[in-house]
Write a new protein. Structure first.
Length: 241
């Protein structure tokens, strides 16, 4: 059998030139870096010069680079705004919770003015940085749900009440940020036992009322005693005349 023509082995430079021609042709046919064409939404392929063909004409390797999607950008913006105004944010584990239970938890907390977010740790850390409140990044541990409220005591009470009423649930409080300080689950438990604000005000008001009445009684007694002393002195002076 007659031997065919010798195979031409392309050099590294020839391979690069050929690949550049293919890229230019693709750029003419569609917009540059179209996500739906090059790698799906939010994903492109970075083709480095060192990864394009070798002396043996090997296939170019594409290095995948993830770009933030609009959904992730919106999530970070929402979390940033939430953390900026948060007086308390409780970090909890929800791993193993059925979707129905998680939905019920969200509804119960929302009814009491507490917002529940199931978040990715990377997005939570990014939002904490952008909000200028780095301590909130301490809540990002494994699977993370955060429960955020404006009333520190009431938020702790509602969350711990749910935990006690659902003792068999996988839902677990891990830590929290309270008024800018990172605290543990035991602190949140203690905080939940503080009486409600209205009850504290009533107690203080009742205590003040009692003290005022006591003071008024003492003043009345003193006035009576003083009047008695004056009458006794007057009688004494009359007897000396």
């Amino acid at each position: 059998m007659a031997a065919g023509p010798p195979v031409q082995v392309g050099t590294h430079e020839q391979s690069r030139r050929a690949h550049r021609v293919l890229l230019e042709a693709d750029a003419d046919a569609s917009p540059p870096l179209a996500p739906s064409r090059l790698g799906g939404a939010g994903r492109v392929f970075d083709l480095g010069a060192d990864e394009v063909g070798g002396a043996e004409g090997s296939t170019a390797a594409a290095k995948e680079v993830a770009l933030p999607t609009q959904h992730k950008i919106d999530q970070v913006a929402d979390l940033t705004a939430l953390l900026q105004d948060a007086e308390i944010a409780i970090g909890a584990s929800y791993k193993g919770m059925p979707v129905s239970d998680l939905t019920a938890l969200r509804r119960q907390m929302n009814a009491n003015g507490i917002q529940v977010r199931v978040v990715k740790n990377t997005l939570l850390r990014r939002a904490a940085t952008e909000a200028g409140r780095e301590q909130f990044s301490e809540l990002a541990q494994q699977d993370t749900a955060i429960l955020v409220g404006s009333d520190v005591v009431e938020t702790a009470r509602q969350v711990m009440t749910y935990r006690r009423e659902h003792a068999t649930s996988p839902f677990t409080v891990r830590n929290a940020v309270v008024s800018g300080e990172v605290v543990n689950a035991a602190y949140v438990e203690d905080l939940s036992t503080v009486p409600p604000r209205e009850e504290l005000i009533a107690r203080i008001a009742g205590g003040l009322t009692g003290k005022i009445r006591e003071l008024a009684g003492l003043l009345q007694a003193t006035t009576r005693e003083f009047a008695g002393l004056i009458d006794a002195r007057a009688s004494q002076l009359e007897g000396q005349q």
